[in-house]
Write a protein that binds this ligand. Sequence first.
Ligand code: ADP
Length: 375
Amino acid sequence: MAQNMPINQYMKREKEVIIIIDDQVSICDSCSQVFRKDGFQVDTATDGISGLEKVIKQRPDLVFVDLKMPGISGMEVLEEIANFDPTIVTVVITGYATIDFAVEAVKKGAFDFIPKPFIPDQLRVTTKRALERRRLLLETMSLRREKERMKENFISMVSHQLRTPLVAVQGYFEVILAGIAGDVSAEQKKMLERSKIRIDELIKLIKEWLSFARIDANSLVSELEPVDLIPLIKECLEDIQLVAEQKQIKVQLLGSDASAHVLGNKAALKQVFINLLENGIKYNKVEGSIRVSIKTENNFVNIEISDTGVGISKKDLPFIFEQFYQINKTEGSGLGLAIVKRIIDSHSGSIKVTSEPGEGTDFQIKLPQYHDDKK
Ligand code: ADP
């Protein structure tokens, strides 16, 4: 369908193509004359079926459709054209008696209507506007494709050109620091360790950019499976344990509802909890705490992650899920919460945050509960 069409082919077409479908031969002839004179390629059909055949074969830019025809109705023809290719612009030809139908047709997607009888200049004005619309639709589609292409290029460029050499450098640092390449003085070791930390941060940043660029709702939704959230969250807690201990932060899991199942993408959901828990540590005070609770209620699983950290002010709160939003410039990417929001949205869930500056922050996630009917 339209999505797979070689758009550029249309853009490059020498003459724009117009088809007139009207059982009145005189209308077809007079319109054709005007359009040919104005330099368009024209074709006509005197019934809906043969008109549609021509539309499918020629993929015109614009189609004029009479609403009242024997055989299949003009409305049906319009519908078929829209199903075949929604970028083909349609204009309804109508007598005054059927003007209500014409309004209906416009509501359903026809671009405009032209009441019979009309003079050539009226036809020209309508045609000009309709073709402008067509050009805009094509341009929008080709821009959308260009955006997709750029996104794909960006992802592969970032992963190959930036990440690969950094990982190699990181490997060399490890070898040198381990003393495998010869003795390293205490002074050198300190510098190398600092460099390694910066490289690690950079690799993490790139990983976040990549995962943000890769996450789109469709790709996640196509890989859904039943996920038991309790073991998944326990796994996340184990992953962050070491970092939490370094800051002497106590992490507690409250409530282990056995029915906390959702239909989801396991890796993506894990990323949600890891991002929130890591923030809970990063923006917490030494010897602070994080509490995670999981409850099911009214066919939803509610997960709450609250910390005793610095909190977020009322003025910043509405923006924290935006891409690259950071309250104070940290070593992070400002993408963590944007990723979280995107993943939760693609699971038909919701996320809310409440916070008290100086007291802590509380994230509440709601996901539709999954019931295994076979059990
Ligand atoms: P970053 O990479 O900066 O952590 P995020 O998207 O994860 O990006 O978070 C955006 C901003 O929201 C952070 O810069 C931080 O200021 C604030 N923030 C996020 N989580 C918390 C939290 N648990 N406590 C306090 N502030 C937070």
